[in-house]
Structures are given as structure tokens and as C-alpha cells.
Design a binder for this molecule. Sequence first.
Ligand code: TXD
Length: 318
Amino acid sequence: MARPKIALIGGGQIGGVLAQLCALRELGDVVLFDIVENMPQGKTLDIAEAAPVDNFDVSVTGTNSYKDIAGANVVIVTAGLPRKPGMSRDDLIGVNSKIMTSVAEGIRDNAPDAFIIVISNPLDAMVTLCQKVTGFPACRVMGQAGVLDSARFQAFIAWELGVSVRDVNAMTLGGHGDTMVPLVRYASVNGIPVMELLEQKYGSAAKAQEVMTAMVERTKAAGGEVVKLLGNGSAFYSPASSAIAMAEAILKDQKRVLPTCALLNGEFGVDGFYVGVPCVLGAGGVEKIIEFKLDATEQALMDNSVAAVKELVGSMNL
Ligand code: TXD
């Protein structure tokens, strides 16, 4: 049986880590595309030459031609500029929407059956544009933001409570921007509410709330925290790992429930917009959007986040 094929559009910081992770996990043969000549060929040659050490039997090649992505099962898009310190994700919309349009045309014309996972920022707008240009069904075009935003929230909770990250469950909803909604009420350590554990630790509900609020705020600003420290570019290891989890769920039909930027059809009161919500990811792509009850405060935060996404998407005049 032929191995799956994964095309990575954009061979920069995230693209390089994606290629290496695909190889290390033997998810399939990898083609790394970039408009910069020789760079994707150089990166993939470097990765491929580690195969005898890492023992992977997939091919990893670089290209400047969209023809080489033909037959891709999954395409992950990172093409576009990253933020510089002081910039918001939304500041990237002008330049990145031009790039996304050409990328989406390249995918549409060369890999018409692929599932697409968009990573480029501003995420919610870039996924919307990608789906419009390709015309692919919405279940095949999705964005990665929530897996990472949730992972950051989970990491902060694990560090605070001194427990393994593996036992922390927590999720963010909404857009991939300052308005994202980390869900406190559902955050748990193996089902035990995090707020209860914080109250035990600090002996006071007020202090527990203060600590949680700080973690929520850190989650919302976590991308910027890394941008500031790096000084040049944005996070790339964790975004790559997050997109790989989504690609793996699709390629292996895992039916994982992952926060995904998906096109909503009335769920959570949102119609016709891409927003981050929990979805079942499997061989059919976004197989199901999981809706659940938000309380009034959570719904208000979600509405606020959706309003920000709508404004951003509206500015593209699609
Ligand atoms: O969780 C998330 N969704 C994100 C998103 C987390 C962190 C960063 N995120 C965004 O991903 C970031 O704001 C950027 O918009 C993308 C890619 O970030 P990366 O750090 O990988 O950027 P690089 O290193 O600048 O790589 C971008 C590559 C670079 O090699 C360019 O030559 C290439 O994109 N590029 C193109 N490729 C194909 N086609 C076109 N037109 C093109 N233009 C530039």
C-alpha cells in the first residue's frame, strides 16, 4: 500500500519542524514547498540525511513547484510572514492574504482531494480565505490554533499545580487572537476541577481566582510572550507539534476531539464563520462539531471573540 503523502506549503521555521516531525513519526512521505529557491531542497536534504540515525523510512523532499504536491492527502500551510515584536496577528492580514490566495490556488489546482490545515496568521481569516479560494468542502479545510492555545493553558495549569501535563484537560474556544476564550469551568486534572485544586492549594477562593485569572491572561498573551523573547519571528516548535496532532488524527482516523478552527453552521450561535471549537477529527476531516452548553459569561466572551473574527474577515472584502 502506498504511504500517505503530506505537503507542507511554507518552508520557514514552522515548515521545517513540521517536516522533521512528519519524518520522525513516519506519518508519510513529505514534500516541502517554498517560493525561495533551494531552501526547501536544502532543509529536506538535511532532514533526510538523518534517516539512518533516526530510522525513518519515509521520503522527505523539497520543491519550488506546486506540481510536486500532486496526490497529497494532507496539506499544511504555514506560508506567510510571522509577527515582529509589537505587532498583533491582525497586522499581517494585508501581506498574508495575498500569499494565501496564491497558495490556495496552488493546492486547488494540484491537490484537489487534500485535507488542508492552515497555520498562517491571522489564522481565522486565512482559513476563511483558503476555503473560499479552493472551494473545497468545509470539512476538508480547517485551521490550527486551538490545539496550541489549549496546550499553553494546560502547561501553565500543570506547572502551577505540580502535576503531569498528561493529566491536565483544558481547552480554549474562539478566535486565535487576544479575545480567545480559555474555558475555566471545564479545566480539570483527570476530571477534578482545577479551581477546586487551586482553592486547596491556597486555602482561599479569592486567591485561587486570582491565580487562575493570571493563567488565563498568560494564555491569551502566550504567543506574544514568545515573540518578545525571540526578538525575530514567532513560536514554531509548539505550532508545528499542534498541527501534527491534527494531521495524525485525520491520517489515522483517530476521531480525536481537538479544538479546531472550523466553519460553523449555527453552533454556539455562529453561522457562516470560521471559529475555534471542539471537533472530531478523523478520516473525513472535520467529522463533527461538538456543541455544548456555555454559561452566560462564557457565551458573552465567545460572542466578543466571534465579533473580532467577523470584523477581521469583513476587512478582506471576500
Ligand atoms: O498557532 C498558529 N496558528 C501560529 C501561526 C503560531 C505561530 C505562528 N503562526 C503563523 O505561522 C505566523 O504568524 C506566520 O504567519 C506563519 C508561519 O510562521 P513561521 O515562523 O514558519 O514563518 P517563516 O519562518 O517566516 O516562514 C514562512 C515561509 C517562508 O519560508 C517564506 O519564504 C514562505 O513562508 N512564503 C511562501 N511560501 C509559499 N508561497 C508563498 N507565496 C510564500 N510567501 C512566503
